[in-house]
Structures are given as C-alpha cells and as structure tokens.
Design a protein around this ligand. Structure first.
Ligand SMILES: [Zn+2]
Length: 232
C-alpha cells in the first residue's frame, strides 16, 4: 500500500466527520503545522461552511438511517442482508460502479478530478452480536439504545451523510474516493473485509475507517509506523 500522508481529501473528510460527530469532544490534540494549516484553510472555505451547515440540517436524516441500519441484523459472517441494503443506499446517492465483492463488501466510487490520491473511506457492516439478538432500537431520555447502534451503525450512517454533503455542496474531491461498507471487521472476522479491499485495490493511497464510540478521537498511525509497514 502506498501512503502519501495527509491529503486534501482526507483532511476535508476529517472536517466533515468531526462536524458529524454526535457528541464531539474538545480534548486538545496536536497535529503537524501542515495539517493544522490545511484544516483551517478548508474550514474557512465557503463551500465547506455550506457543507458543515448541511450536516447540521441533515442530522435527523442521519439518525433515522442509523436506526434503520441498526435494526437489520448483521451477525459475524452473516452480514448479507444489511450489506445489500447498504449497497442500495450507496447507489441511491449516485456513486459510480456500486457493487458487492466476493468477500461481501459493498462500495462505490466518487470520482475525483484526477489530480489527487485515491482514498478509501469505510465503516463496518458486521456487529459482534449473534443471530437472534433483539436489535430493535429503544429510546429513553433522548438516548438511543440497541446492540450495535454506535459501533458501527453510526459509522455507516455518518458515511452516507458525508456523501450527501458532497452532493449538496458540489465539492469535488481531488482524488477518487471509494466509499465502502466492509464486512468481517469484528472478532473472528479478523478484518477480512478490509484485507480484501486492499488485496483487490492496489492503488489505494489512504484509508479512513469511521468507527467506535469515542467520536471526538482520531487514531492515526505514526509516520514511523507507516515506514515500517513498507518493509526494508
Ligand atoms: Zn467497530
């Protein structure tokens, strides 16, 4: 896998995802001057401001989709029904070449202008819960409760909201973006879905996974780790 560091596309997605976080944290963190400058520049662009406003206005849609997705069971190795549903949602948003691969991942392409790195943005379809688990969403005191409602129904819904934001603002990424619902992430799945994506798409330059309940946190490999993965 080739990694070219932080790209404009990934930084823009960072801006959008941070805004999409349901309960964003404000813990201080340090990024390189180049990333901070790019983030500030993107955040100030009128089109990006429009996108951030769109995300707020789209909140109810995002939560509605989160609930719908959560209520489609997706036990380990039995993600097919939720994957087929997610494939339809990707296609409805106008992505190109929407498809399901042999592993069961569903994905589509948002073409860039041809001048940037290719980015994979994914959220995982599978849950850790066994077949037969009651996945109906219950609401209490303004909070939603259900197995997998956060991890990773929220990630899947956020991914769809980000595509809608690109569509609403007309922002065109520099590089192609593959938006993917991947299977086999949790437990015995052992990342089989994402491994298949990197096996089958050798031209991916960067990867963002939208996952987890700590929505204010970004986990990124250190540059030294990336160099180690390149081998001797
Ligand atoms: Zn997860």
């Amino acid at each position: 896998m080739r990694m070219k560091g932080i790209s404009i596309s990934s930084c823009l997605l960072g801006v959008l995802m941070a805004a999409n976080a349901a309960t964003a944290q404000t813990d201080a963190y340090t990024v390189s001057p180049a990333v901070a400058e790019t983030y500030a520049r993107l955040s100030a662009m009128p089109a990006v401001q429009k996108g951030l406003d769109f995300l707020k206005a789209d909140h109810a849609n995002t939560v509605a989709e989160q609930r719908q997705i959560c209520e489609i069971p997706a036990p380990p190795f039995k993600e097919q029904v939720r994957a087929a549903d997610f494939q339809k949602r990707l296609a409805a948003l106008g992505l190109k070449d929407v498809q399901m691969d042999k592993e069961g991942n569903v994905f589509g392409l948002m073409p860039g202008s041809g001048k940037g790195p290719k980015l994979l943005v994914a959220a995982h379809i599978d849950t850790v819960f066994a077949a037969g688990t009651d996945v109906r969403v219950k609401e209490k005191d303004g909070k939603l409760y259900a197995p997998g409602i956060a991890d990773d129904a929220r990630g899947l819904a956020a991914l769809l909201a980000i595509i809608r934001t690109f569509n609403a603002t007309g922002i065109k990424p520099a590089g192609d973006i593959i938006f993917c619902g991947n299977v086999g992430e949790e437990g015995l799945g052992d990342l089989r879905g994402i491994k298949a994506m990197f096996r089958d798409h050798k031209d991916i330059d960067g990867f963002i996974s939208i996952d987890g309940t700590e929505v204010g946190k970004i986990i990124a490999p250190l540059r030294s780790d990336l160099q180690r993965t390149r081998g001797p």
